[in-house]
Design a protein around this ligand. Structure first.
Ligand code: SF4
Length: 523
């Protein structure tokens, strides 16, 4: 997606278990003296697509005075860990060595962009089971209600504007008492309160670890074992790159738990309808990852093929397919192959233009101008099928269309989108949370049910200054992803959300829209 949407974070966990749980292999042989910390920065680098704002690690070593200790800083993983300074980086790895560790990369959908919001969060306590650190990936749709409830009834005080602090209080409250609390019960209890997406990695001062996925499975989470090494990560690519041969999803509502150095899996919440975020396949996840046994690359290819099957504009000798770099490439190549026309790089992306976090639209458009260069030698006089993975605000796409038309001198531009029209915000951790900023929403009629008419698409095409526009249909999502469509969250493309708080937030967003208010609905 040219305009770069952002995601709330990635989590990872590592444990050197007391006994082997299988044969050792490439991943476990990388561990020296039971110290897993040196593996963590590499895992976080592989998860960097999910957040570049801050990174951190907490490790457990019972021989240290600081049984748990946390290192975190703002920036990309390499910036946060100071990788360009080898001796400084080695010192961080030495200081935070441990037999267990959790890690996090952050992008903010709420809260400020400073170090206080970086994760893991650590809560010190004199009693070891109440001293814990944790990291969180997702977004609680009922965050504001939970926060208000705590503030009103139990005299809590919040220092930050983020659901992570709320999660910390919720965990700390359930760890109270005179004896170490049962962690399966703790997760079961928070699951009754939390509404939304939450993948948690947790480590306490007794060396107990939890890696838990919310009962609806919005975000991916997987694990692998080899010899004495247990590892978990938001995306499978981080584990396969470490050398694991077999990576398994943590099922929604399930947790991996390590106690007394032993690993087991437990269910902490009753099964609910799954709501895997389809956007993970379409855009967010690394193209080399597999989610729910469905390859992200193959899903993007299948979406491109489906678009080609439904194509009505004929391919002629002047036709070419151009992917919007970089995430649309798999869809574009498959679309082109099915259409029998070449897929070519007519738009070159300058990778050295800085990272784009939250930017006003004016800046986005300006940045797109300098980020992409159209090639007239490729585009001149051509019927261009421009394949995009999704359209959210359309600011960047409008700029690209202008570049392709004016500087590239294309004859025609037909935009094909490997995702249905996005007509509603996300309340589960994807940063597109205001109704007013969504391009498609401005064009679909009241009562829109997920299938845009020809007239609506023609209107959108005119607004973008292109010859035609086609989207993947909502019905084609499931088959493209090789998933049962009923197990997907499609809130942002249907306006129907899989949780009560999501439905409530949409109603509130609509009310605010009518009153001329903006802003993110959950704040
Ligand atoms: S609303 Fe859209 S982006 Fe958000 S979790 Fe659901 S499918 Fe994903």
């Amino acid at each position: 997606m040219g305009e770069q949407l952002n995601h709330e974070c990635a989590v990872a966990a590592l444990y050197w278990l007391d006994k082997p749980v299988g044969r050792s292999g490439a991943a476990s042989r990388g561990v020296r003296d039971g110290n897993v910390t040196p593996l963590m920065p590499g895992i976080l680098l592989d998860l960097q697509n999910r957040g570049q704002l801050a990174a951190g690690i907490s490790s457990y070593d019972p021989r240290r005075a600081q049984v748990l200790d946390t290192y975190k800083a703002v920036g990309t993983v390499s910036e946060a860990f100071g990788m360009s300074n080898p001796s400084g980086y080695a010192a961080v790895l030495r200081e935070y060595a441990g037999r267990a560790a959790i890690g996090h990369t952050r992008y903010a959908t709420c809260g400020a962009d400073d170090a206080r919001y970086a994760q893991p969060f650590e809560r010190h306590h004199g009693r070891l089971w109440k001293w814990f650190c944790f990291a969180f990936n997702g977004q609680l749709a009922n965050f504001a209600q939970l926060r208000d409830r705590l503030l009103a009834k139990q005299h809590y005080h919040f220092t930050l504007n983020t659901d992570t602090e709320m999660v910390m209080h919720a965990l700390a409250y359930r760890l109270r008492g005179e004896k170490p609390t049962d962690l399966v019960g703790v997760m079961g209890s928070v699951a009754r309160d939390f509404d939304g997406a939450y993948n948690l990695v947790f480590l306490d001062g007794m060396g107990r670890m939890v890696v838990a996925r919310d009962p609806q499975g919005f975000r991916p989470l997987c694990y692998a074992t080899e010899g004495r090494l247990f590892a978990a990560a938001s995306e499978s690519v981080a584990l396969t790159n470490l050398g694991f041969k077999r990576v398994t999803d943590i099922a929604p509502g399930e947790m991996a738990i390590v106690e007394r150095g032993r690993l087991r899996l437990e269910r902490f919440a009753r099964p609910r309808r799954h709501a895997h975020c389809f956007f993970e396949w379409i855009y967010f996840s690394n193209v080399a990852s597999t989610i729910a046994e469905s390859s992200v690359y193959m899903a993007r290819s299948a979406a491109g093929r489906r678009l080609a099957e439904r194509e009505t504009v004929p391919a002629d000798a002047s036709s070419i397919v151009v992917p919007v770099p970089d995430t649309a490439k798999a869809s574009a190549d498959a679309f082109a192959y099915a259409m029998g026309i070449p897929s070519v790089e007519g738009l070159i992306r300058n990778r050295y233009v800085g990272r784009t976090f939250i930017e006003p639209d004016a800046t986005r458009a300006g940045r797109a101008q300098s980020k992409y260069t159209p090639l007239p030698a490729v585009l001149g006089g051509k019927r261009v099928f421009l394949v995009e993975d999704s359209i959210v605000r359309a600011t960047t796409l409008a700029t690209l269309v202008g570049l392709i038309r004016r500087r590239g001198r294309a004859k025609e531009i037909h935009v094909r989108v490997a995702c249905p029209p996005i007509i509603a915000p996300c309340f589960y951790g994807i940063d597109m949370s205001t109704l007013g900023e969504l391009f498609a929403r401005k064009h679909v009629p009241r009562g829109y049910a997920g299938v845009p008419t020809e007239a609506v698409m023609a209107k959108m095409a005119r607004a973008l200054g292109i010859d035609s526009l086609r989207y993947l249909s909502v019905a084609d999502l499931g088959p493209s992803l090789k998933m049962d469509g009923r197990s997907l969250c499609t809130g942002c493309v249907t306006g129907r959300y899989p949780t009560a708080a999501g439905e409530r937030l949409l109603r509130r967003a609509r009310r605010r829209g009518k009153q001329g208010g903006g802003g993110r609905t959950y704040e």
